[in-house]
Design a binder for this molecule. Structure first.
Ligand code: SAM
Ligand code: SF4
Ligand code: F3S
Length: 445
């Protein structure tokens, strides 16, 4: 009998990619994807451990699942993702409702574990076996059929910023074989992908060596460029240290690489960057920014900021504000420092909560100001939009411009998967709104 599987995904794009691959994988043993969390045979929580009370959130989610299935047959409950990796068997001890705990580098084992599942036996798989994982996934077609698709090329991190759990939850840096990635990209393109975002916790650290040749992310970009059906290439998340000249030169060599760089800096103060063990200075970051702007003045930037890292004083925070004013990031993420268990920074003395909240408010106010400034600059103009899907209300279309801004507009759904011109007539902080325009040689659709 056909069985159903539901996955609730938290965290970064890499978890979104993993979720899609888990769906592809378990289908082989008869578990089919469902959108209904109320009526499934297997319920997977794909978790994130990056901030706040991540662990508690997972137990809270399990509480919800328990309620849903109070008077029904219990689904097989699997905790996957970064909390699973960090907490492993502790989770099963604390919450017997959990059946299986599986870390992100053990997904190649999921079919076996599920096939041999017995309700009275718990299972925990949290070894770092990235090579085996990708060798297994290579044999299973990537069935994702979205216009904009993610493709993981690299996993893990060797940089050990003092605040971050990723090196502990995703393990050491690992780069997938070049040809394996290209083959998977071909599957995505065959299934309708017009945009591919290459993913990695340190995506631009990608380095695969074969027969005395080193393949870098720049080689992947230039290879993908050759596929005529593919319109756009992006990558995330990159580290300033790995913005090498070959990657920078792609912004002149490639027509498909989008002129939008998400480059986290975390703080505008060298003192704080050093305390964080970020391995780069503010000046170095600005150098990269200037090199990119020189190669293409239209490139726009976004970043991640941590507010209130232990030791951050008013002058350091002022440096961050000045950096934002200099670069005018068009959209960015800002978070209050959250001590993560097991990291070096977890033992440090925290800054007063009122100061933290004030700084967060101030940084977000400024970031939103530049975000709105950018959005306003599109009003009255015609811009190119890759149409991704229909909006939930089924009336309007959703797409993105080159800078990843959300664009919501009137138009025919036949345009999904195409690049169209949209005249923008209004905007808010998060989206642009407008109407599709007919290109001169475009049929009315
Ligand atoms: N590899 C990327 C880099 O080097 O910038 C970042 C990956 S991390 C998944 C995404 C973002 O989460 C980081 O850039 C950082 O701003 C934020 N983050 C990570 N650990 C954090 C912590 N302990 N507290 C607050 N924010 C954190
Ligand atoms: Fe985390 Fe990124 Fe630092 Fe690695 S480089 S430890 S993923 S913030
Ligand atoms: Fe979260 Fe793990 Fe991604 S901690 S941000 S899901 S790498």
């Amino acid at each position: 009998m056909e069985k159903k599987v539901f996955i609730k995904t938290f965290g970064c794009q890499m978890n979104v990619y993993d979720t899609n691959r888990i769906y592809d994988s378990v289908k082989k043993i008869g578990f089919h994807k469902t959108q209904s969390q109320e009526n499934t045979d297997c319920y997977i929580l794909n978790t994130c451990h990056i901030r706040d009370k991540a662990k508690e959130k997972v137990y809270h989610e399990i509480g919800r699942v328990k309620k849903i299935y109070k008077n029904k047959k219990k689904p097989i409950l699997i905790v996957a993702g970064c909390v699973a990796q960090a907490e492993n068997q502790e989770m099963i001890k604390r919450e017997p409702y959990i059946d299986i705990v599986i870390g992100p580098q053990s997904y190649h084992k999921i079919n076996n574990v599920l096939s041999n599942f017995e309700s009275n036996k718990k299972n925990e798989e949290t070894e770092f076996e990235t090579i085996s994982k990708f060798q297994f996934l290579e044999k299973i077609e990537n069935k994702n059929n979205t216009v904009s698709s993610f493709l993981t090329i690299q996993e893990g991190c060797d940089k050990f910023c003092n605040f971050c759990v990723v090196p502990y939850t995703r393990g050491p840096e690992f780069s997938r074989p070049f040809i394996q990635i290209i083959k998977e990209a071909e599957q995505l393109i065959k299934n309708g992908a017009k945009e591919i975002t290459l993913l990695g916790q340190n995506v631009n650290a990608y380095s695969y060596k074969e027969k005395n040749k080193e393949f870098r992310i720049s080689d992947l970009i230039l290879e993908l460029e050759k596929y005529s059906e593919l319109e756009r290439i992006r990558y995330t998340t990159s580290h300033p240290k790995d913005m090498t000249d070959d990657l920078i030169s792609c912004y002149s060599k490639s027509k498909k690489l989008m002129p939008f760089v998400h480059l986290p800096i975390q703080s505008g103060s060298n003192k704080v960057l050093q305390l964080m063990n970020r391995k780069h200075s503010v000046e170095y970051y600005i150098e990269i920014y200037e090199k990119l702007k020189k190669i293409n003045p239209n490139i726009e930037f976004s970043s991640d900021f941590i507010v209130g890292y232990p030791g951050e004083e008013d002058v350091d925070f002022a440096d961050t504000i000045n950096l934002i004013k200099k670069i005018e990031f068009i959209n960015s993420f800002s978070f209050i420092f959250s001590p993560r268990p097991g990291t070096k920074a977890s033992q440090l003395e925290l800054i007063d909560k009122d100061i933290l909240n004030l700084r967060l408010l101030k940084i977000q106010e400024l970031l939103f100001k530049f975000q709105k400034k950018m959005n306003n600059s599109f009003v009255g103009k015609e811009i190119e939009v890759l149409v991704e899907n229909k909006m939930k209300d089924e009336k309007k279309l959703f797409g993105r411009n080159k800078f990843l801004n959300s664009v919501i507009f009137e138009g025919n759904k036949k345009n999904i998967g195409k690049i169209v011109n949209v005249k923008i007539d209004s905007c808010n902080q998060n989206s642009l709104f407008g109407k599709i325009q007919l290109k001169k040689n475009m049929k009315a659709a």
